[in-house]
Design a protein around this ligand. Structure first.
Ligand SMILES: Nc1ncnc2c1ncn2[C@@H]1O[C@H](COP(=O)(O)OP(=O)(O)OP(=O)(O)O)[C@@H](O)[C@H]1O
Ligand SMILES: [Mg+2]
Length: 261
């Protein structure tokens, strides 16, 4: 494999294992204590590197060791997170602990001051990005909720986008992870030890992360990803830990918006 020289010099001949969890067109090589994420050059790859540096010392994110571009690809070398991924067996067996971890993870994000945050993913930008995804044919129609499109759903992504423009909720801006799902959060007990996959991290409505967290918990418990379902998760657990009442309209809105990414 061709790897930019600067990065090659940092990993030398270390052995690695390829991660097969991600669903996007990036590839991730896991070294002993470092991780190399290779993805097509794009706005999200740049955002990830930028936010990883900005968040350093604020919340636990990998340390960005180098970022290089070569042949239209971006190579981000970072430190490996400590702790366990939130969708690992031990967490899945303990829904109360897992929901505590995820709720603590959200609260930690919301505690970060956003006045000098370099990235803004509020709806003005997010809806434009969704529009571009539709134009470029990047909406993955095989990876949407079954009820989103079709008979009782939207005619097509364009119709969904129009609905999203027509039903914009009032935003409560916080630092938002942007893809707050179980494989992107690491923890030890109920404490987050790592946030990864920061391509859409920046200022956004707090309900964006709540919605994707809720969807990810539901899917992982129902066995959508690994054919194994688990007992014991109730959505009330998450809202109890967060200390807020669910706003199902906003949750639905942000799950629908995510269908276009
Ligand atoms: N710094 C890290 N420390 C430990 N594991 C990591 C790290 N970065 C990536 N991984 C592993 O690689 C997987 C994919 O990484 P990441 O989520 O950044 O890529 P992606 O391709 O954008 O994924 P997605 O499918 O969520 O879009 C993670 O779920 C995790 O298992
Ligand atoms: Mg991921």
């Amino acid at each position: 494999m061709q790897i930019p020289e600067k990065i090659h010099n940092l990993i030398l001949e270390e052995e690695y294992r390829k991660d097969d969890i991600g669903m996007s067109d990036s590839s991730v090589l896991l070294f002993h204590d470092k991780v190399l994420k290779i993805q097509p050059c794009c706005e999200e790859a740049e955002n990830e590197y930028c936010m990883m540096q900005w968040l350093s010392g604020k919340i636990p994110v990998p340390q960005a060791l180098a970022c290089e571009k070569m042949d239209q690809k971006s190579y981000l070398l970072m430190s490996k997170c400590s702790g366990k991924m939130a969708c690992e067996e031990n967490y899945m067996q303990e829904p109360e602990l897992l929901t505590k971890l995820l709720a603590n993870g959200l609260k930690k994000l919301w505690s970060v001051g956003i006045s000098d945050c370099p990235a803004d993913w509020r709806l003005d930008r997010k809806l434009k990005a969704a529009e571009e995804n539709i134009e470029r044919g990047l909406v993955d129609m095989d990876n949407v909720e079954p009820e989103t499109f079709g008979e009782n759903g939207f005619r097509d992504p364009q119709a969904l986008l129009q609905w999203l423009y027509d039903h914009r909720p009032q935003e409560e801006p916080v630092l938002s992870h942007g893809d707050y799902c179980l494989p992107n959060i690491f923890g030890t007990g109920s404490e987050p030890t790592g946030y990864i996959d920061l391509g859409r991290t920046g200022i956004a409505d707090k309900w964006c992360d709540i919605a994707l967290c809720y969807r990810s918990l539901s899917h992982n418990y129902s066995g959508k990803y690994c054919e194994k379902s688990y007992e014991g998760f109730e959505e009330s657990l998450l809202f109890k830990e967060l200390g807020i009442e669910p706003d199902w309209e906003k949750i639905r809105y942000y799950i629908l918006l995510d269908e276009l990414f």
